[in-house]
Design a protein around this ligand. Structure first.
Ligand code: MN
Ligand code: MN
Length: 267
């Protein structure tokens, strides 16, 4: 059950209200990476979670996000209030001014309504935890950008608090995922196809307009990686030459592969 305590999680003050900045703050109220999305994502995941320990974590953080929603909504409202009476202030957010009377509503800074489509809820705990780690990273960077777009010290204090909490959550979700003891790339129950899973397809070849070359790095070399060079070209070239391309095998990037399609007709 929920219980509302009539006190903000962080006391909000605003030195100089700024309606344009209030509009930007709506990204964290009703936006894709905002507090309502976080609160709903973790709470609904928690509702579905059958691991009692991590269910507790999801419900704790989901509930804290509702408190963040209250803080950021209060902050946005203090910045937007002037839009109710001042034509100049109203121009910063006509939707809030005319339809909302200077109060916040559940949409983003561009007036797009909040949607449950923002939520990532898969019913697979480790997959959900990965989504949550990414969601916290997005929330953190949005707060950082908001901090960079205001000079009001009181507003910065509140945003710094909210931004810090997102890293706290990121740490907790990461620890929860690691404590499940699953190998890093083990998702679900069906294992990936051996060999195929280790092939890196070099699907953008040549030199680009900005001089960007093909790059080798730990994402395509070392360990189990096998570089497969331009698989699309190999398919075309083998068909053009009328040669029979072969399936399977794994001796480097020079061997032709056609991904299981019918071999082209031999001459
Ligand atoms: Mn939050
Ligand atoms: Mn968070």
């Amino acid at each position: 059950m929920y219980h509302h305590v009539k006190q903000l999680m962080y006391t909000v003050r605003v030195g100089t209200p700024d309606t344009r900045f209030g509009n930007m703050l709506l990204e964290q109220f009703g936006g894709a990476n905002g507090e309502l999305a976080a609160a709903m994502q973790y709470s609904i995941q928690g509702l579905n979670c059958e691991d009692p320990e991590r269910k507790d974590l999801l419900m704790d953080i989901g509930t804290e996000e509702l408190s963040h929603l209250e803080v950021v909504g209060t902050l946005a409202r203090m910045h937007l209030k002037a839009a109710r009476s001042s034509r100049h202030a109203a121009e910063a957010d006509p939707l809030i001014a005319v339809a909302g009377g200077g109060g916040v509503a559940l949409h983003n800074s561009q007036g797009n309504p909040w949607t449950a489509d923002y939520l990532k809820v898969t019913g697979e705990l480790d997959v959900d935890l990965r989504s949550n780690i990414a969601a916290e990273a997005r929330a953190k960077i949005v707060y950082e950008r908001l901090i960079n777009f205001t000079d009001d010290p009181d507003t910065i204090d509140a945003l710094q608090f909210l931004m810090s909490r997102e890293i706290t959550h990121m740490k907790a979700f990461t620890a929860a995922l690691e404590s499940m003891g699953k190998p890093q790339f083990s998702i679900g129950a069906i294992p990936p196809t051996p060999g195929l899973v280790d092939q890196y397809f070099n699907d953008s070849t040549g030199t680009g307009d900005r001089g960007e070359p093909d790059v080798r790095g730990p994402w395509n070399q070392g360990g189990d990686w096998e570089l497969v060079n331009a698989p699309a070209f190999q398919q075309l070239e083998s068909e053009f030459a009328g040669t029979r391309s072969s399936n399977g095998g794994s001796d480097g990037g020079t061997k032709e592969r056609n991904g299981g399609r019918k071999p082209s007709r031999s001459r």
